[in-house]
Design a protein around this ligand. Structure first.
Ligand code: NAD
Length: 341
């Protein structure tokens, strides 16, 4: 069994090699897209990450080469044309590897931002012990609005409750008996001091945080996004910050991250003016899609990805297949007992 890994980093290699067994892994640093798809030739399957571009054209080329599965080593699948893959190539994902990693990173970003830790760190390294301009605010008693109350959202809610915060939430599919106080999105925008995004990127959630949404928010709102960049209209966010309407933004993901994140551009000129301007703001913290990056998560990702592949090749079915048969991509496995086509 030969598998081509795209968009890999040294940490992928070390976590996956432990689970290789009889499989042969080829690790490519380049992303999978229309130009690089030829590198998959001679393999049985491909393993991809969040910024690989698994478009209809790429899927057709993979299919022509005899590739029969795409193993996502992540939870989100907005970069894969799952509908087009149906009937041709099976797609698996890792639905959960460490929701704690992402939820804890969201809180780490929030605390760093509102207590100005990023500023203090730089100051004290330069032996500047002044406190001027470092005044933060208590989280205790503040209202946090959580959009998406799945695995990560719920852990983030628990963390926030530990800080004594009021939690309101919005989910397209609210969970009864969860003890979560659900409100409509507009009410969440109106009431929240902090808004944290934990829903997937879909056509419906694209630019969920738009100029219009920001208009409805409290002055000084802190926006945290550890989900997917496309949930926020970055230009609108920048305008909201310039107008002093948005008090701070904590971004682990960015709309146009695919050509920038995970790479070292120090010493280079970054072409993306919106990102450069956001980073230049004193009240914006950007991390490079790092929320998942814990030892526990990497080990779970490698173990589940390999077990998805083995399950599919040995039994013909995989519980973590993204199936398009009934359009209910994630949950139709509850109805089917075998592979999706
Ligand atoms: P999940 O599937 O457990 O939860 C997603 C929740 O969003 C569900 O409750 C679902 O009902 C809700 N939802 C779906 N459509 C919605 C809509 N239109 N409006 C509001 N809510 C909606 O997923 P999860 O494991 O909690 O992950 C959440 C997101 O986090 C993923 O989609 C992924 O994009 C992102 N993520 C980021 C990182 C990172 O490193 N930054 C790592 C893992 C996951």
């Amino acid at each position: 069994m030969k598998i081509a890994f795209f968009d890999t980093k040294p940490y992928d290699r070390s976590s996956f090699e432990k689970f290789a067994g009889d499989m042969e892994f080829t690790f490519y640093e380049t992303r999978l897209d229309g130009r690089t798809v030829g590198l998959a030739q001679g393999h049985d399957g491909v393993c991809v990450f969040v910024n690989d571009e698994v478009t209809a054209a790429v899927i057709d080329r993979l299919y022509e080469m005899g590739i029969r599965f795409i193993a996502l080593r992540c939870a989100g699948y907005n970069n894969v044309d799952v509908e087009h893959a149906f009937g041709k190539i099976h797609v698996f994902r890792v639905p959960a590897y460490s929701p704690y990693a992402v939820a804890e990173h969201a809180m780490a970003l929030l605390l760093t931002s509102i207590r100005r830790i990023h500023k203090a760190y730089i100051r004290t390294r330069d032996f500047n012990f002044s406190l001027n301009g470092l005044t933060g605010f208590d989280l205790h008693g503040k209202t946090v609005g959580v959009v998406g109350t799945g695995k990560i959202g719920r852990i983030f809610i628990d963390i926030c409750r530990g800080f004594g915060m009021e939690v309101v939430a919005y989910d397209k599919f609210p969970s009864a008996d969860s003890g979560i106080s659900y409100v409509e999105l507009d009410e969440l925008f109106r009431r929240s001091d902090i808004i944290s995004l934990h829903c997937p990127l879909t056509n419906e959630t694209n630019h969920l945080i738009s100029a219009e949404a920001i208009e409805k928010m409290k002055k000084g709102v802190v926006i945290v996004n550890t989900s997917r960049g496309g949930l926020i209209d970055a230009e609108a966010l920048l305008a909201g910050i310039k107008e002093r309407k948005v008090g701070a933004a904590c971004l682990d993901v960015y709309e146009e991250e695919s050509d920038i994140f995970f790479r070292d551009f120090s010493g280079h000129i970054v072409e993306d003016d919106t990102l450069a301007r956001l980073i230049s703001m004193p009240n914006v913290i950007v991390t490079s899609h790092q929320a998942f990056l814990t030892e526990e998560a990497l080990e779970n990702i490698a173990e589940t990805t390999v077990s998805n592949i083995l399950s599919f090749t040995e039994t013909g079915a995989c519980d973590n297949e993204l199936c398009y048969r009934c359009g209910n991509i994630e949950d139709c496995k509850k109805k089917r007992k075998e592979k999706c086509f």
